[in-house]
Design a binder for this molecule. Structure first.
Ligand SMILES: NC(=O)c1ccc[n+]([C@@H]2O[C@H](COP(=O)([O-])OP(=O)(O)OC[C@H]3O[C@@H](n4cnc5c(N)ncnc54)[C@H](OP(=O)(O)O)[C@@H]3O)[C@@H](O)[C@H]2O)c1
Length: 208
């Protein structure tokens, strides 16, 4: 697929490299696609990786991943045209009050998807440290990737990416469950920091 990633920070770069490694064509959407930092990221991602302005990158894509800083996502996403695209929201909005807390009352997934109702939204890739996208094996098991959204087709597309990356995708339900997935990230950060676990863990459901 042609996959556009909006954002060239740690999340965008890590997802771009991992998805290029499983043979997707990658374009980063950036405010500064010509910047030396972005050109270095292209070289690190794949010889065919590209960068462009946000809307140009969206227009090229079969699937778009939002990997923007939270405040930027809330400001910028409503100004774009995402109609008809499958869009994965990987953002979190985290505050800090003696520990990690949610920075919005509802969820980024609900706010962003409501701002672009003609796109097919999925919440995914937000529940633990993004570095694990490049190695999702934990004690011999695949980490679970919880995802939610209101479009069955979009969830299948996101699940396929998760499987290609080596995760076990789990469909949670509609986009209203983005709240739970984003709270799960708060829990992950709490465990990683004040819980003393560090960043080297992910979530796994176990069945009988
Ligand atoms: N770090 C993790 O392990 C992790 C895991 C899951 C989810 N998340 C979430 O994923 C998102 C991205 O995380 P990150 O650490 O990669 O974030 P980041 O480095 O703070 O920002 C990502 C990108 O957002 C773009 N951006 C920033 N301000 C902007 C503005 N005003 N207008 C337009 N674009 C702007 C920048 O891209 P350009 O400079 O190229 O325009 C920047 O590289 C966050 O919401 C984070 O909470 C993080």
């Amino acid at each position: 697929m042609n996959i556009t990633i909006l954002g060239t920070g740690q999340v965008g770069a890590t997802l771009g490299k991992a998805l290029a490694a499983v043979d997707h064509a990658i374009m980063y959407g950036s405010r500064t696609p010509q910047a030396a930092r972005v050109q270095t990221l292209l070289a690190d991602t794949h010889p065919t990786a590209q960068a462009a302005g946000l809307q140009t990158a969206i227009d090229w894509a079969d699937l778009v991943i939002i990997a923007l800083a939270a405040d930027a996502a809330l400001t910028v996403v409503p100004t774009l045209n995402l109609a008809g695209k499958v869009v994965i929201d990987a953002t979190n909005n985290i505050g800090w009050e003696n520990g990690p807390v949610m920075g919005v009352d509802t969820s980024m997934g609900e706010l962003l998807s409501a701002s672009q109702p003609d796109a097919w939204w999925v919440k995914c890739f937000n529940t633990f440290g993004i570095e694990h996208v490049s190695d999702p094996q934990f004690s011999g098991a695949k980490a679970d990737m919880l995802l939610c959204g209101d479009s069955a087709e979009a969830k299948v597309a996101a699940s396929n990416l998760c499987r290609q990356l080596g995760f076990n995708p789990i469909h949670v339900g509609g986009m209203r469950y983005a709240r739970q997935l984003e709270h799960l990230c708060v829990l992950w950060i709490q465990l990683a920091t004040q819980g003393g676990l560090g960043r080297d863990f992910a979530f796994k459901l176990v069945g009988k």
